[in-house]
Design a binder for this molecule. Structure first.
Ligand code: COA
Length: 210
């Protein structure tokens, strides 16, 4: 019997992900939040508090989890914890996203409404392809990357694990963006960006590297 998906997270991003799962016809059992507040539901789903709930729900027979946490690093950590407990990571994909039949998707991915993923693009585990973002042919989107709403990646762009491309950013073809990079909102990336850098502006310039 389908006991439903456990959603880890209970904030704004989780709300969107719950609605994606429901629009796919999935049952969502609980959202797990991390602090008690006045809010007891997330998109109509009961919130229970504390990551330790994952263990209890696993013991009750829940097997599927979606990590609905915006922070890329935290999403990766919590996914490792959940899979270590034996959960499977499910995808939350809007019926109103366009995904090429030749694109390859990993697990634990969110693809919001209006997103487009074109031919032979590869989207690794835990990535977020947010509302209206477009990922063109042959792009490689690494683990736990977040491509924010209305961003557009031309063909053959690669983005390393844990990177965040801010709202409305654009990337020209063939560019390679390292892991752990932040591209500021509206940035236009026209050349490679080294790992762990923040780049902003048009064209995007690196303002810091850690
Ligand atoms: C880039 C960003 C992450 C800020 O990084 P930060 O390390 O905190 O940088 P600061 O705010 O200290 O800004 C540093 C400099 O970059 C500039 N800057 C920041 N964001 C910028 C942007 N998007 N475009 C152009 N310049 C920007 C600031 O004006 C500042 O310039 P100054 O040093 O000349 O004053 C943030 O501004 C941003 O763009 N976030 C995107 C958020 C988003 O898209 N969220 C979507 C959620 S779905």
């Amino acid at each position: 019997m389908d006991k439903g998906v456990v959603v880890l997270g209970a904030g704004g991003h989780a709300k969107v992900c719950v609605e994606l799962l429901l629009s796919m016809g999935r049952e969502v059992a609980y959202c797990i939040g991390n602090d008690a507040s006045d809010v007891s539901t997330c998109a109509g789903i009961p919130i229970i508090i504390g990551d330790e709930q994952l263990v209890q729900l696993r013991d009750q027979g829940y097997e599927e989890v979606f990590i609905a946490i915006g922070s890329n690093a935290l999403r990766m950590r919590l996914a490792a914890k959940a899979t270590g407990l034996g959960y499977r990571l499910v995808n939350a994909i809007s019926p109103r996203a366009e995904i090429s039949r030749s694109a390859k998707l990993g697990n634990g991915i969110a693809v919001m409404a209006g997103a487009v993923i074109n031919a032979e693009a590869v989207i690794e585990d835990l990535a977020i392809i947010n509302t209206g973002a477009t990922i063109d042919h042959d792009c490689r989107i690494g683990q736990a990357v977040h491509i924010a709403p209305q961003s557009a990646l031309a063909g053959n762009v690669s983005v390393g694990a844990g990177s965040f491309l801010g709202i409305g950013s654009k990337v020209i073809p063939e560019v390679s963006i390292g892991g752990g990079v932040t591209v500021g909102a509206g940035g236009v990336v026209i050349s490679d960006i080294p790992a762990r850098s923040t780049a902003v502006g048009v064209p995007a310039k690196v303002i810091k590297t850690v």
